[in-house]
Design a binder for this molecule. Sequence first.
Ligand SMILES: Nc1ncnc2c1ncn2[C@@H]1O[C@H](COP(=O)(O)OP(=O)(O)OP(=O)(O)O)[C@@H](O)[C@H]1O
Ligand SMILES: [Mg+2]
Length: 364
Amino acid sequence: MVWLGNLGLTNHTTSVLRSIFQQVTDAIVVVNGQGVVAGANPAAEKMTGWTAEELSGQIHFCDICRGMANCMEEASCVDCFAHRPSMPSFEMKVRRKDGQEVSVAASSTQLQDHDTKMLVVILRDMSEQHRMERERFQRMMTKYMIEAQEKERKRVSRDLHDGVGQALYSVMVGLKMLNELEFDEPIRKHLQEVQQMTTRALEEVKNMAVELRPSALDDLGLIPAIRSYMKRYEQTFGIETELETIGSKRRYGASVETALYRICQEAMTNTAKYADADKVKVRLTDTPHQVELYLEDNGSGFETDQIRIKGTGLGLYGMRERASLLGGTVDIQSAPNKGTSVHIVIPINEKGEPLHVDPSTYRG
Ligand SMILES: Nc1ncnc2c1ncn2[C@@H]1O[C@H](COP(=O)(O)OP(=O)(O)OP(=O)(O)O)[C@@H](O)[C@H]1O
Ligand SMILES: [Mg+2]
């Protein structure tokens, strides 16, 4: 630490500064007037992968600096901090000995003492914070996407029901009235065919509206919505279903009800698509602190660590995302010829709202 001796300090001050230099967790790099590294503390050695000996007197600071980041550019050498008397806070990238780049928060100060000019650069590794920020941002985007998707489904479902559905119903009433009049046989036959087609179209519109977002979920709650989904499921796929409820049959926050309904729907759709099962059992358990949904099929099962994606492969991922946004978990157990079970747990408070998110910001 020759550079410290150059500052003309007392022995005591030099010794205190030396131990601070050695022990702080932030990396400190001292650069001489020619821009060459004159000293580096152990934290700087750890950050750069170079030893202090390898750096000192050998390496120009520009060789480890990948440029400052500002709001315009990811990394730039324009207006370099080295030309300023001091720069309290900026971001830069450090190139490590192994070639990897580390994002750091930095500050720099020029020290001028008699003939000696030095630049002290303090660096703090921000990789972990950046990773956490990215993760937080991603979760926020997922949350907004799910919310927007649900809102849009609700809107389209209502429009179908109240718009096209009502119009078709009016057509049906009109056709029924026509049917009561006297017509020749070919016309009557044709009229009946049109009546049947209209009835089928109305049924389809109703089914589409329910598939998009069952009004039972908002009006009556999770259990009635799952019950009527299971009924439709039995009719559509010919797979027997069984619903068991344990504990109180209360309402939960909209985000909890939507998440559990969508996870249940996805798990049961997977069973219908891939499992070749003839039975699905669903159990909803309510306790004061959590709500649990357990689904089990008796189908072909699959290797959970070697999943062979047959569709878009977003279903299981979406289940986990929905549960984790509410602080919950999804556990999937499956093995070839052993069936599949999906177990979801969501922690809730006494009002049935999720414990781990602000319910006013997440409605599901
Ligand atoms: N109950 C099940 N029985 C048998 N295989 C299953 C079951 N559930 C999931 N799988 C397997 O796991 C894979 C992944 O399921 P996932 O729901 O993530 O994606 P997907 O159904 O293929 O596509 P998506 O859900 O996006 O339409 C499926 O392709 C299937 O191979
Ligand atoms: Mg799926």
